[in-house]
Design a protein around this ligand. Sequence first.
Ligand SMILES: Cc1cc2nc3c(=O)[nH]c(=O)nc-3n(C[C@H](O)[C@H](O)[C@H](O)COP(=O)(O)OP(=O)(O)OC[C@H]3O[C@@H](n4cnc5c(N)ncnc54)[C@H](O)[C@@H]3O)c2cc1C
Length: 499
Amino acid sequence: MLNLSRRTLLASVAALSLSRTDTTRADPSRHYDVIVVGGGTAGIPCALFAAQGGARVLLIEKSPALGGTLFWSTGQIAGAGTVFQQRLGITDSPDAHFDDCMRINENTADPALTRLTVDHAGDTINWLAERGFEVMAGHPVTGIGHDHFTTRRYQQGVKSGLSILEAFLPSLEASIAQQQVTLLTGTAVEGLIQERSGKIVGVTATGPSGTHDFRGSHVVLASGGCAANPRLFEDLHGVPLYAKTAYPTSQGDGLILGMSAGGAIVGGEKYASLPGLVPDAWQYPAQMHAWAPLHPMVRQPWEILVNARGERFVREDHPSVHQIERGIYRQPGHRHWAIYDADMLAKSEPIIPDWSRDRLATEHQSHPMFSRAMSLETLAFRAGINAAALKQNIDDYNRRVRQGETDRLGRTHRPMTIEKAPFYAIAMQGWTLVSFAGLSVNTNFQVLDPERRPILNLFAIGEVIGAGATSGAAYTNGMLVTPAITFGRLLGARLAKSD
Ligand SMILES: Cc1cc2nc3c(=O)[nH]c(=O)nc-3n(C[C@H](O)[C@H](O)[C@H](O)COP(=O)(O)OP(=O)(O)OC[C@H]3O[C@@H](n4cnc5c(N)ncnc54)[C@H](O)[C@@H]3O)c2cc1C
């Protein structure tokens, strides 16, 4: 999911999106059919489909530019029955997509919301394709950074998330020009207007022209997750935000707005950890210094992984990277160390993509997460790992490799023993790009209270419903961007038809 060249992409398109969307003065005395809070991945298609269905729409975006997380997101999406699959003669079905998703996340995603996604995901991708969305060469594929599907249905736009934003914008501009959508940028929704009956009848928003109430028949929260808000994130997940990698606007405003109206928060327990982030320091939230995918389908492991106690804890070449992630999740502080020796450094592909062997060998001179020593005991001391246990675990690993015995954790890719000094350790941290907790919704996207009763006229789509809803306790290929766009389309069209 990580978009490593996001700064370059951000620079190239920020100007584009700013110049192509105008801020119109919204009339507080006017009644809107649909008010959409957040002009990102989910909010833009929702506003568009509502407008195209005949609704008067007010789209309110806190940032100066539309797009939200699409500026950073890799935008990898999945769907069955797409034009991109047809091009390659791939046959597929929503049922097969559903089964793959639930297999990958071990049945932890909401089955009804997953079903709704996969049933409409092909249409979503074809709709994007009609608007110029083009995929990378060789796509769709079965997988990239997470556990693979059994069929090629997963794709990334040639400009990552920006390919999706570029497909959205011309239609939105047309709707704005036809006055079907009123757009307010640089305007933050700060409150929901709720009647005594519990019904939502509008929002309070602050922008360049001050604070105003806007009345509407339906309010849609599409303001993203909370993985850029360390305090809220930890409150809702019970896990610190170990690294700050989410888009900065992911402050959880919609979760707070939804809670203020009586909405229930669900899914925090589904928190799932990505592997291999090398933090800038042992501080929370850390910044990413480097990243090692630790994905056996990307690179078979040469090194071993240990925890602070010096123990190996997971089969490093497990065919499921999700299982490696779960193993890391079970370690104190989700910390893990990759340990390797001089021969491994010389012979293997660098564990950090795009790094040279030289850099891996010398980074310890300038960075605290990298250690090097002539003995395992000194290495353990420098890296902050239990030395006796590290030595014992490596002795056991080496002995089994030499004698051709089965590995203690079932690892089969064991190209060599760890015995040639100097020895190296890289300290790594489990991390997340997204928040798993979110507002409880039903398949009509109505926000639900703790008794699962709908809060009238209040809806939520996108990451504000929590990654746990559609991705489960795992990183399931495309199961955030795909449902965000799909639910935006479905909800916008439905709201245009309702009173
Ligand atoms: C680096 C990275 C890579 C990723 N890669 C993938 C991937 O490949 N595939 C995948 O499925 N998922 C991926 N994800 C996750 C996915 O991109 C997000 O979950 C999804 O884009 C969120 O969409 P959204 O509409 O909920 O939020 P956003 O797209 O962030 O939109 C929310 C909008 O609401 C606005 N807003 C916030 N508060 C307010 C307020 N109070 N008033 C008005 N507006 C407000 C924000 O400014 C923002 O524009 C990735 C995430 C990251 C960070």
